[in-house]
Design a protein around this ligand. Sequence first.
Ligand SMILES: Nc1ncnc2c1ncn2[C@@H]1O[C@H](COP(=O)(O)OP(=O)(O)O)[C@@H](O)[C@H]1O
Ligand SMILES: [Mg+2]
Length: 396
Amino acid sequence: MTKTETHEDLNAVIRQHSEWMAGQLHSQRESLFPPDATKSMRKFTSGEAAALLGVNDSYLRKLHLDGKGPSPELTPGNRRLYSSQDIQDLRVLLEKTARKPGDYIPGRRDGDHLQIIGVMNFKGGSGKTTTSAHLAQRLALRGYRVLAIDLDPQASLTALHGVQPEFDLEDGGTLYDAIRFDDPAPITSVIRPTYIPNLDLIPGNLELMEFEHDTPRALSNGHAGLFFFRVREALSQVDDDYDVVVIDCPPQLGFLTMSALSAATGVLVTIHPEMLDVMSMSQFLRMTADLMDVIAESGADMSHDWMRYVLTRYEPADAPQNRIVAFLRHMYGDSVLNAPMLKSTAISDAGLTKQTLYEVERSAFTRSTYDRAIESLNAVNDEIAALIQQTWGRDT
Ligand SMILES: Nc1ncnc2c1ncn2[C@@H]1O[C@H](COP(=O)(O)OP(=O)(O)O)[C@@H](O)[C@H]1O
Ligand SMILES: [Mg+2]
């Protein structure tokens, strides 16, 4: 067997395996997820709706009895259930009679700049996608206008939002279309609404890898311009349409991540507090700093509003993890978010059915398991929301 033949054989085998896998996935999708099936957001109890709106449950009840605002669904036990659209409609209604503007709608006001949050770390499995998805959804449910961008060719954030990266994006539709060097499309052409009010998505798939290949080529023939501004420039087309952009970055420090970093006004570095992860993070930080130096040398403004570490999949009963957490907090102080994202089977199980914990019903889990996980996620996300508010000069 010659060397070339071996090479071809390997290609053929890999191609065959890929086709088998695609076929299997396709039929699985057909059975589990018929072509016209769409994801939807669950309904919220009146208590949950009140908490998302920042009012008392009794006040919501009064609005309902007075016939004001949307009509919630009534359960057989006469409990009120609100859809996420109902909650958004109520928010708009409450804002109309608010004592001061912005009491119910928390987003940007005149002069506030768009917040672009890059969620990164080159370690796969450090919780980037889980963090990005829950942050984007929580902010949208709280009334921020959010754009979530999947910049990872592996496209987990995309799948989590009911878009199949292998099947639904055959003719493009990722951010690559809007940041490519030749003939970029308007960014609006790749933005799609989700089943959650206030939340739009730019999905990703393997096509994003093209940017990693195009950039060196464009750099060598002088066509790249300031390549690291491609994401920022694309986003500037929709600057007025959103309060917050959340970018789920790929697990590597390539041109995509660099472009996200240059666009970001806030940076979240996810850390799973285990020794191997922390060691690789130190490399990640050094390489990031080196790259940012290079970008800054070409005249780019690398200033940002904030940078925070978020502890992910944290197990408070695990002694070695606690030592690492103590060490990180000692070293980095306030740069580590107070609230950690706890490890929870509720979060990983929800992920198995391509859902965030905000999407699954509380009844799907033991109450204490669900509550502990959701409280931890809310605490992380609300701490980030407070940072956003501070950036806009508001106390929280
Ligand atoms: N807090 C958590 N508790 C339990 N499992 C988690 C948690 N956060 C993430 N996971 C699981 O860990 C895996 C990796 O997380 P993910 O967010 O996809 O990481 P990354 O995007 O950095 O690769 C996923 O299977 C996810 O469901
Ligand atoms: Mg990911």
